[in-house]
Write a protein that binds this ligand. Sequence first.
Ligand code: G3I
Length: 305
Amino acid sequence: ADTLGSAAAAQGRYFGAAVAAGHLGESAYTATLDREFTSVTPENEMKWDATEPTRGGFSFGAADQIVNHALGQGMKVRGHTLVWYTQLPSWVSGLGATDLRTAMNDHINGLVSHYRGKIHSWDVVNEAFQDGGSGARRGGPFQDKLGDGYIEEAFRTARAADPAAKLCYNDYNIDGVNAKSNAVYAMVKDFKARGVPIDCVGFQSHFNSASPVPSDYRANLQRFADLGVDVQITELDIEGSGTAQAGDYATVVRACLAVSRCAGLTVWGVTDKYSWRSGGTPLLFDANYNKKPAYDAVLTALGGT
Ligand code: G3I
C-alpha cells in the first residue's frame, strides 16, 4: 500500500482529513485528498451557524458539496458537529429552556435526517467538559439552560434519526488519563450502563509543545474501548517539523493500531497551507502538497511503503 488510505484499510481502519468546501476547486488540494484519504470531516460546514443560521432555515449547500464529493470518491464521511457550545447563530443563545430543548432536537433531526445513510459517525456533542482539574461540565447555552441531561437527550434524538450512524462524544485534552478524560469516562460508563445510545468517543488529538502526545495515550484509548465503545482519532494535528514531528505522528498511529476498537484516524486538514493553526505546520503535507517526514512516518507505521 502506498497511500495513507490504502495502508490504513489494510489494517481495517479509515484514514481521514478535515476538508473545507472552499478549497475543493483547487486541483492540488482535491487530487491529494482523493489520492490519500478514505474519510472526510467537514471542517466547519456542518456546524450550527452554517447549517441553521435562522430557526428552521436549514442550509446544506457547502456541506452537501463535501459529502457529494466524498461519496463520489468512495470515501466515508464523519459528521461534525450537532451540539456544541460555540459557532452557534445568535438566535440560539437567546432562547429560553423550553424553546432551546425543542431547537436542539429540531437541529439534530434536521441534520441527521438530511444525511441519513451517508454519515459513518456523528460527533453528536462536542467539547462539553471544562479543562483543568474540576471534571465539571463547560458552561454554554445547553448546559446552562438544560442541565446535564442535554447530552443524553441529544444522543437519543440522533439515534432515532439515523439508527445506522455511529454516535460519538468528541473532545480535546482527553487524549491521556487526566481529570477531564476521567469525567468523560464516567459519563460514557454511565451511558453504557443505562442504555443511552453512544457508540464512540472521538479524541481530537491537537498536540503541540504545551500539550504533547501523552505517554498513556494508548492506555487511555484502551480503557475507553473496554467500556464497549469504539474510539476514533478525530482531529489529529501535531505542531513542529522534521523527525520530532514524524516520531510523534508514528506514536499516535501505533497507539490506534494497538487498540482493536480504534476505528480510524482523521487529520485536521490536508495541507499546512490551510491549517487552523495559522503559521503552524502541523499536518502531513506542506503548503506545496509535498509529503513531509511526518507523512512517511505515518505511512510506515500503517505498514505501507
Ligand atoms: O466563514 C467565515 C467567513 O465568511 C468570514 O469571512 C471569515 C472571516 O474571519 O470567517 C469565516 O469563518 C471562520 C471559519 O473558521 C471558516 O474559515 C471563523 O471565523 C473561524 O472561527 C473558524 O475557525 C474554525 C474553528 O473550528 C471555529 O471554532 C476552524 O476553521 C476549525 O478548524 C476549528 O475546528 C475545531 C473543531 O471544530 C473542534 N475542535 C477544535 C478545532 C480547532 O479549533
